[in-house]
Design a protein around this ligand. Structure first.
Ligand SMILES: [Zn+2]
Ligand SMILES: [Zn+2]
Length: 397
């Protein structure tokens, strides 16, 4: 949980944007690490608080949820899917936006008439801007649900999926250059992707670097922008892919398909595709990890005398021996007829058969006689319930 940003800046909850700016200016001066009595940690806290409270949208999120969506994303919290702050297509999340010195700066311009860029100072100090930039280039990850039958999950399957996404432009092959034109070194940054500057500030001379705005940090630009994609190297289109679902996958698990997320900016690496698996239940089997479970009803004569029965498994029919004297609830193990281990398909779980001895509910007159004889033979007391309907029915059979 982040600190109370209002407290950090020493302002009231309802403070105006102007008050927040003033308070930040005061605190930043107070805690600047280069000053006596300064503190890098405190300075960072103040900066962090200001980043949130100076941004109307972020401030609203903070007021409502106690943190911003960016922070939740960074902390690995619940807001999944969607374009993160660093999405190539979802708009920039540069925390230093609107921070470019001059009249708009909370420091109200530089000293000695020298303009300076506060964004540069902070970007340089905390590496914020560069990190932001590189995340902006990579394509975003996608998430998609897939449905599998019980058998497909057990044995694996090849799935054909069609998805709509920002994908590599076929006209330019992703580099953003019109056919026949070249990708050339950016003339503004000379291929560095960064603009290095030295500026005099109230804190002394600060060397800083910002991402080049001409090439967006790529160091290269297309000579003539591709008309199909406008030079970004990607556009929204549908793509059909084939995905191998591994044997042994289970309900709720995710499959990562590397590089099948959205395309990156001008040929930068693509995001990944995550498939969230839903497995249909089976009427015949239950599953516990790699173990298959099945209930098998048997008659009480089969249980008492033993038998061999034909049992349906996922691999076809097998012969299962029911030993004499089998109780209801006895577990019979059929080795290696369960689910393949997803990490090592050569290893398979077992199939566990739980017997359920079924007591016959309807008996013929003859069957009753035989059972009475059995009871007498075993010295067991029985109280035969002579049902009127049974007697009528028996008289017809
Ligand atoms: Zn193109
Ligand atoms: Zn450049």
């Amino acid at each position: 949980m982040p600190k109370d940003y209002y407290e950090t800046l020493g302002v009231a909850k309802g403070a105006s944007q102007d008050d927040i700016k003033k308070a930040f200016r005061k605190k930043a001066h107070e805690f600047h690490p280069d000053k006596g009595g300064g503190s890098a940690d405190k300075f960072k806290e103040v900066n962090q608080a200001y980043q949130v409270l100076s941004d109307v949208q972020k401030r609203q999120q903070y007021d409502q949820y106690g943190q911003t969506f960016d922070e939740v994303a960074r902390n690995g919290g619940g807001f999944s899917g969607g374009a993160g702050p660093g999405s190539a297509w979802g708009g920039g999340g540069n925390p230093f936006e609107g921070f470019s010195g001059g009249a708009g700066s909370p420091f109200g311009g530089g000293v000695n008439g020298v303009e300076f860029d506060l964004g540069d100072i902070f970007g340089d100090m905390f590496g914020g801007r560069q990190q932001q930039q590189s995340r902006r280039m990579r394509g975003i990850d996608l998430e998609m649900g897939i449905n599998l039958t019980f058998e497909q999950a057990v044995f694996g399957v090849e799935k054909t999926l069609t998805l709509e996404k920002q994908d590599t432009c076929k006209t330019c092959g992703g580099n953003g250059a019109a056919p026949g034109s070249k990708v050339v070194t950016c003339p503004k940054c000379h291929g560095q992707g960064q603009i290095h500057t030295q500026k005099r500030t109230i804190f002394g001379t600060v060397a800083s670097s910002t991402s080049c705005d001409r090439c967006e940090g790529m160091g290269k630009i297309p000579e003539v922008a591709c008309k199909t994609c406008g030079g970004s190297g990607a556009l929204r289109q549908s793509k059909t892919i084939s995905v191998k679902v591994p044997a042994g996958i289970d309900n709720g698990q995710r499959i990562r398909v590397q590089g099948e997320g959205e395309a990156g900016y001008r040929g930068s690496s693509a995001g990944d595709l995550y498939l969230v698996v839903t497995v249909q239940s089976s009427k015949e089997f239950n599953r516990d990890g790699f173990t298959l479970l099945k209930e098998l009803p048997i008659s009480f004569t089969q249980a008492a005398l033993g038998t061999k029965i034909i049992l349906k498994t996922l691999d076809g029919n097998i012969e299962l021996k029911i030993p004499s004297g089998t109780q209801s609830g006895t577990v019979l193990k059929v080795k290696s007829k369960g689910v393949p281990n997803i990490n090592d398909p050569s290893r398979r779980g077992d199939l566990l058969i739980t017997t359920r001895v079924v007591t016959p509910a309807k008996l013929s007159k003859n069957e009753k006689e035989l059972l009475k004889q059995l009871a007498a033979e075993r010295g067991e007391a029985v109280q035969v319930d002579e049902n009127l309907w049974d007697n009528i029915k028996d008289s017809f059979s």
